[in-house]
Ligand binder design. Structure first.
Ligand code: ADP
Ligand code: MG
Length: 254
């Protein structure tokens, strides 16, 4: 492969310089992390699945008019994306209490919320991604009030589409996290859905059995993560059910 400039290596992905100005190549690693990277593992096949699933979700969302950074998938592990200025927030949408909300509020996981709730945490591992009020975001200049209003409506549209698609394949969308970025049309900022949407960034429960099909399988040692993600991909028709994720083994040539 041609040498190319690595721009950033994060916990789950690597960003390389793209072929054209304003583009990046996003490489999906097999690394899994949880609890702000205190727990780590390499899970074979995860990157391939997340690349395909993120492509599927971003493409579908694009088709209902949500602007995304996705341009095209390049291969099993890489996709071409538009480079954005990331707003340093995790935008979280919750339909049911789980994870930190359940803990913080003393609620049982799976309790239905009266309406979807959008919240923001500051993307900073060393601080543990603390929850931040909109006031902080505006005061610190991370986003304008207009952008925050746009982010909330974008997040709710993503939630409606994602919930419906998941419901159609027997999965409850408990919550998810997205990242939003900014691109400039001359001096006018425009928001794009960026980063990834995958079972790493969603909570997905089987409607019938309550079985978890997301990163909680890894966080809580509930079984094989690749199997769970493969099940999501299979139900969505993103991957044929007979694909094995182990790459071809090298063969000895005499
Ligand atoms: P992290 O460990 O920081 O979450 P990841 O492994 O998720 O990193 O790698 C993706 C990084 O790239 C994240 O920091 C994310 O904010 C950033 N990113 C995602 N999409 C884009 C984009 N379109 N342009 C620029 N940066 C992006
Ligand atoms: Mg990330």
């Amino acid at each position: 492969m041609a040498r190319r400039k690595k721009i950033y290596e994060g916990k789950a992905k690597v960003l390389y310089e793209g072929p054209e100005q304003g583009t990046l190549v996003q490489y999906f690693k097999d690394d899994a992390t949880a609890f702000n990277a205190e727990k780590k593992a390499v899970i074979e096949g995860k990157g391939v699945l997340n690349n395909r699933l993120s492509e599927f979700f971003m493409t579908g969302l694009g088709q209902i008019g949500i602007p995304t950074h996705f341009i095209k998938r390049l291969n099993m592990r890489e996709q071409l994306i538009r480079q954005v200025e990331i707003i340093p927030l995790e935008v979280i949408v919750r339909n049911f209490a789980a994870g930190t909300m359940a803990k913080r509020m003393g609620m049982e996981e799976g309790t239905a919320l009266p309406r979807p709730v959008v919240e923001f945490s500051y993307k900073d591992d060393s601080l543990g991604d603390p929850l931040v009020p909109e006031e902080y975001i505006i005061a610190f200049g991370w986003a304008s009030q207009q952008e925050m209003d746009d982010i909330v409506s974008l997040a709710l549209r993503v939630n409606d589409w994602m919930s419906g698609v998941m419901y159609g394949v027997g999965i409850k969308l408990i919550d998810f996290k997205i990242e939003i970025g900014r691109v400039w049309d001359n001096e006018f900022p425009r928001l794009l859905l960026a980063d990834e949407i995958s079972p790493d960034s969603c909570r997905l429960w089987d409607i019938e059995t309550g079985q978890k099909l997301d990163k909680d399988v890894f966080r809580r040692d509930l079984g094989n993560l690749t199997d769970a993600y493969t099940e999501v991909a299979r139900r969505l028709g993103v991957m044929p059910s007979n694909v094995t994720h182990a790459g071809p083994k090298p063969t000895l040539i005499n």
